[in-house]
Unconditional design. Structure first.
Ligand SMILES: *Cc1c(COP(=O)(O)O)cnc(C)c1O
Length: 412
């Protein structure tokens, strides 16, 4: 049985309708008529569930939110204009000046500069740790720590976190755990491992074909009895818990982030995202299988490959046990120098050179001259960015075609 079998069945049923239009109905109106003033009052008050204004909710995006929430076992989701929008939403709705973030592993370049350059301007600081520095993480938690942030797979360092153990630490200290699961949707289910919030850039493998920018945040319910979000640490969200109960984190995100910052998804983008989402289990299954044969064969052919399916990777055991459904579409190869990396990419007939990941096509990018070009040497070393490093995102092509192309592109 294919490891994504259950998702294959559920997602196509949830995206398509049995009556009327089968493909999701694409609504792209910015505003919505209320009909009469009493209905308008009811919509604003919340007693009537109809669209208010597209910045705070769109019917097509609402369907996408339901499918994503069900995929991750959350109570609900809020879609966003981009993955960075989703990260901003998930964090800003919990944080205020003076708060601290603990960031573990990773880290995507945009997230790193958001944490290290932008948030400090608003009095929010971040400490960065390796995925295995869990004692240091525990010691760094203070009463001002509101968020522990984690990427499910280090991009591009390919280090794998022990998500369940990190969730135990977050829960023991009453701190929210946010997991950026962009690279491993359906393969890793962070809420089931004890995380509170999952963020996605749906731009990547979820849509899968570079047709739409998008993001989403999936939330767990607030528990009826004890819950860490009911503590003094999260005093700002107590009014939402009193009013909205289990759905409080979604209400906070909509009010604090969507309404006031406006990183809202649009109907057309959400429509395209759902068309991608319905084939995600099939694409994921193929790519996580292809990536193992490509990484293995290239490594045998003498490439310096970084992927945890290889026996010499420090997280090989964790890959086999906690990442049994694969760790997404990316791996890196180190060609030794910038010149060799450029030559390889330019000679390949198959690689599309771009900053994206998670596409139907195999993509590649030299890291130090692009996404990480403005980072100082110490930061590059921390993030694992060496001069010859090329990040590859495997697509739907045949493993044999990819291996042949890479081997011929590397021969001078
Ligand atoms: C691409 C990416 C983001 C940002 O997503 P955008 O849709 O480009 O804003 C965030 N996190 C990870 C891991 C990513 O790969």
């Amino acid at each position: 049985m294919n490891r994504f079998e259950d998702f294959t069945t559920r997602i196509v049923q949830q995206v398509g309708k049995k009556e009327g239009p089968i493909s999701p109905v694409m609504v792209n109106s910015a505003s919505f008529g209320y009909g009469d003033s009493e209905t308008g009052e009811g919509i604003f008050e919340g007693s009537i569930k109809k669209p208010l204004y597209a910045r705070v909710g769109n019917p097509t995006s609402a369907q996408l939110e339901q499918v994503l929430a069900s995929m991750d076992g959350g109570i609900g989701a809020v879609s966003a204009s981009t993955g960075m929008g989703a990260i901003a939403m998930a964090t800003l709705s919990l944080l205020r000046a003076g708060d601290e973030i603990i960031s573990i592993g990773g880290l995507f370049g945009g997230t790193y500069s958001y944490f290290s350059e932008t948030l400090p301007r608003f009095g929010i600081s971040t400490k960065f740790f390796d995925v295995d520095a869990l004692i240091e993480v525990e010691n760094a938690i203070t009463s001002e720590t509101k968020v522990i942030f984690l990427e499910s797979v280090g991009n591009p360092n390919m280090r794998l976190p022990d998500i369940a153990t990190i969730a135990q630490i977050a829960n023991a200290h009453g701190v929210a755990l946010i997991v950026d699961n962009t690279t491993t949707p359906m393969s890793v289910l962070p809420l089931l491992l004890g995380a509170d919030i999952v963020v996605y850039s749906t731009t990547k493998i979820i849509t899968g074909n570079a047709s739409a920018l998008g993001g989403a945040v999936v939330y767990r319910p607030i528990a009826e009895g004890e819950d860490k979000f009911k503590s003094e640490r999260y005093r700002d969200i107590q009014p939402f818990i009193q009013k909205m109960g289990a759905m409080a984190l979604i209400a906070v995100a909509k009010k604090r982030a969507l309404r006031d910052f406006g990183m809202s998804a649009n109907g057309f983008g959400s429509y395209l995202t759902m068309l991608g989402l319905e084939t995600l289990p099939l694409r994921m299954d193929r790519i996580v299988t292809t990536i193992e044969s490509v990484a293995g064969k290239l490594s045998e052919a003498g490439f310096v490959v970084n992927h945890p399916c290889l026996a010499d990777h420090p997280h090989h055991e964790r890959y086999k046990t906690q990442f049994a459904n694969g760790c997404g579409t990316i791996f890196t190869i180190d060609l030794g120098s910038k010149e060799k990396a450029f030559e390889f990419l330019n000679r390949s007939k198959l690689i599309t050179i771009t900053a994206n990941i998670g596409d139907s096509r195999t993509l590649g990018l030299h890291m130090a001259s692009t996404i990480y070009r403005d980072f100082d040497d110490a930061t590059k070393a921390f993030l694992g960015i060496t001069p010859g490093l090329v990040r590859i995102s495997i697509g739907l092509e045949s493993a044999y075609a990819i291996i042949d192309d890479f081997i011929s592109a590397s021969k001078i």
